[in-house]
Design a binder for this molecule. Structure first.
Ligand SMILES: O=C(O)CCC(=O)C(=O)O
Ligand SMILES: [Fe+2]
Length: 731
């Protein structure tokens, strides 16, 4: 039952910040604690109205650019209804039957967020608040300006005084460093503190007295507290000190979390401030569950230097961001009597607490040297006196994180963009370079003929299918070639050099890994026979070589004729290639491990008209230069197809239309590499001259008529093997 004037009070509960429209399960554990007195510390209901938080749009309530205040006051009728709702909450209604309920207010029940003396609705607010607390009609509290009040409980020797401050009605604007209480309330408070003694004096303040959150949360956000009115707080501490009153401690609310703070340099004994907030409203419940541990981390990183840390705390931060209430227990039977103040959660379990003999709250000089039962750490550093870097750590962390994040995003963006750019560029280049056009020589469509021409013009290199050389013959030839290279050296050397570069080329000092067989002219069956005879080749190999020479020569004719046709030449021009001599060469590169990565054949252009190349299926290494970039791109072998390269004669003969492709062979693996090349060299009479059809008004004759043999000697003598020698023949 509510205590009468002389009953011993040993259990007091307190709390703040109860949203009348939210579920209020907190009354269960409060009822379980069975307090004799319950103290409201403000925001007992949320009377004012809140606009949605808008950063953009017409009605902006958040940010320095806001054009509307986030909060606006309720009408008297609205506020009355809200109080009715709060009062009717069943758990609270039950508590009112078993405990004396007293209290003060904070801003939201006073009428407006962060409001002070300027708030115009304060007269009706006071009436409604005192109705809510069932204050007697004739109470002097209804006649004064503000809701401050004091209560004395218990018999002599066990007296508990409760002083409720009004931090709203007379409060000057924030940042004014003016008054919180106002003169009449100060005079009243002086009388109360100097009045009849009590063993314990609890001063209830809606806003925190000891902690100064703003010092560390600014400029991110600001929290009201006595510390924001430094002169006023100093006056309060001096008054307590001068009153020589025993056992003063503060209780407070407002901040939506619970903590216990202690100031050891405000009076002659430690000044505790136990903050319980809120009964329903809490910082952790205002964010998604995944951020709750972040909030605890932040609370741990940015404690006020006054916060009491001890092992009893639920969290390492020694703050509690979920709904909670305060519970004071006084053990009057202990010698000396002890007081325990705890914050309790919705299950009634302690989440933070302190316990000490009330004799510790007694003025005595040098109390700070006293040894306490627990480890005693002086809490005298005001937040505002902390080094700037320490004080602003939350903002630094916040903006630092954002900055790091922004920088990371920017760098990542730049990285992605440049990677994309490089990949695109590389792909474009690679696509251009490595994509050796594949031409189906049957030229089923005009487009295919155009592709043939375009490839010959731009790259001077293309691959052909539909070429009519049977796959079986290609395979037989490969076997024959292997057999040729396995011949004894003297047999190889019997193969005479007909013109420079044909015949057997033995490994030399400059090219120790290279050997080759040459034959001139593959278009002549007699030459082929002689070639085979000189090597004493067995009949089936002779037959293979003969048929292969015949078929690949047909292929050469086919490519040359179709190329001529694609450039618009008459049919007989195509047929005229028939008597052009044709060199046949089989190359073998005896690569060794230390040759890998080195050049097998230096950069060159082929000197003749066009080359049909039968590559080694098993190992690549051929690279062709892209005329646009000059870069070399590997040409991967494709079994069953032939690669066609255009040479210097093609460029001269076409009056510069056709491109003589620069190419080389790199050693890519330590395995022998074999290639078979058929070179269509130059006209039978050796004279290279562009047909008149290629010489037009817009395209004058670029090259003098020249002899192919002379040209080869020119390349040899100048060492210009990559087409440069053509410039010497400019018309
Ligand atoms: O061996 C190859 O793949 C190409 C040889 C070559 O370019 C040549 O003999 O002119
Ligand atoms: Fe070549």
């Amino acid at each position: 039952a509510p205590p009468n004037a002389t009953a011993v009070v040993s259990r007091i509960a307190f709390g703040s910040c109860a949203n009348q429209s939210a579920p209020q399960p907190v009354w269960e554990p409060i009822l379980g604690f069975d307090p004799q007195v319950f103290i409201w510390l403000g925001d007992n209901v949320y009377g004012d109205n809140k606009r949605p938080s808008r950063v953009f749009g017409r009605e902006r309530t958040v940010g320095p650019w806001r054009n509307l205040p986030r909060f606006y006051p309720a009408t008297e009728e609205e506020l009355r209804r809200k109080y009715e709702l709060g009062k009717a909450v069943p758990g609270y209604a039950k508590l009112r039957e078993t405990a004396q309920v007293i209290g003060t207010w904070d801003d939201h029940d006073y009428g407006l967020n962060d409001a002070g003396k300027e708030y115009s609705g304060k007269v009706f607010s006071q009436r409604l608040m005192l109705d809510f607390l069932d204050e007697a009609e004739d109470s002097s509290r209804r006649k004064q300006a503000g809701v401050y009040a004091s209560y004395m409980y218990g018999p002599e020797g066990k007296r508990v005084k409760v002083i409720m401050l009004d931090t709203r009605y007379h409060r000057d604007p924030l940042l004014s460093d003016g008054t919180i209480l106002g003169d009449p309330q100060w005079q009243w408070l002086e009388r109360e503190l100097h009045g009849p003694p009590s063993e314990i004096t609890i001063i209830g303040s809606s806003i925190q007295v000891v902690s100064n959150l703003s010092a560390t949360t600014g400029p991110l956000f600001y929290v009201e507290s006595w510390a924001r009115f430094p002169r006023e707080r100093e006056r309060l501490f001096r008054l307590i000190d001068s009153s020589k009153r025993n056992g003063v401690l503060f209780i407070s609310g407002d901040v939506h979390f619970g903590e216990i703070a202690r100031f050891d340099c405000g009076a002659q004994y430690p000044l505790y401030d136990i903050t319980s907030s809120g009964l329903t409203q809490s910082v952790e419940n205002s964010v998604p569950a995944i951020f709750q541990s972040v909030m605890r981390l932040l609370a741990w990183l940015t404690p006020t230097p006054m916060r009491v840390f001890n092992p009893n705390c639920r969290h390492k931060s020694c703050s509690y961001g979920q709904p909670n209430f305060g519970a004071i227990e006084i053990d009057w039977g202990a010698v000396p009597p002890k007081i325990k103040v705890e914050l309790k959660d919705l299950q009634g379990n302690s989440v933070a607490g302190v316990e000490f003999p009330i004799s510790e709250l007694k003025p005595s000089d040098g109390h700070l040297n006293k040894t306490h039962g627990h480890s005693f750490e002086r809490h005298c550093n005001l937040e505002t006196e902390l080094p700037w870097l320490v004080r602003r750590r939350l903002a630094l962390l916040f903006f630092g994180t954002i900055a790091v994040f922004v920088v990371a995003v920017v760098l990542l963006g730049i990285g992605c963009l440049s990677a994309t750019y490089m990949v695109t560029k590389y792909k474009a280049a690679a696509a251009k370079m490595t994509e050796i056009p594949m031409i189906d020589l049957r030229l089923a469509s005009p487009e295919e003929a155009a592709r043939l021409r375009d490839a010959a013009r731009r790259l001077g290199c293309f691959r052909v299918t539909g070429h009519g050389v049977p796959r079986a013959l290609q395979d037989d030839m490969k076997a024959a070639v292997r057999a040729l290279f396995d011949l004894p050296d003297d047999a190889k050397r019997r193969n005479a050099d007909v013109i420079s570069g044909s015949g057997y080329v033995a490994p030399s000092e400059t090219n120790p890994l290279y050997e080759a067989f040459g034959l001139y002219d593959a278009a002549s069956p007699a030459d082929v026979d002689n070639f085979c005879a000189s090597l004493d080749a067995p009949p089936h190999i002779r037959e293979t070589i003969r048929r292969y020479a015949e078929k690949t020569h047909e292929l050469l004719m086919d490519v040359a004729a179709k190329l001529a046709a694609s450039l618009g030449l008459e049919e007989e021009a195509g047929r005229s290639f028939q008597d052009w001599p044709c060199q046949f060469r089989i190359n073998r590169y005896n690569y060794t491990p230390d040759a890998v990565g080195k050049a097998g054949v230096q950069v060159h252009t082929d000197s003749g008209f066009l080359t049909v190349l039968h590559e080694d299926d098993r190992v690549g290494g051929l690279e062709v230069a892209d005329p646009d970039t000059g870069e070399f791109a590997p040409v991967d072998p494709l079994p069953g197809t032939f690669l066609v390269n255009l040479g210097d004669v093609a460029t001269a003969w076409s009056n510069g239309e056709l491109h003589n492709v620069r190419h080389r062979v790199q050693c890519v693996a330590a395995v022998p590499r074999v290639s078979i090349a058929l070179f269509l060299l130059a006209p039978k009479d050796d004279m290279v001259r562009a047909p008149d059809a290629f010489v037009t008004a817009g395209r004058h004759r670029r090259f003098r008529t020249f002899g192919y043999d002379d040209y080869r000697r020119l390349r040899q003598s100048t060492g210009e093997h990559a087409g440069e020698a053509l410039a010497r023949l400019a018309a």
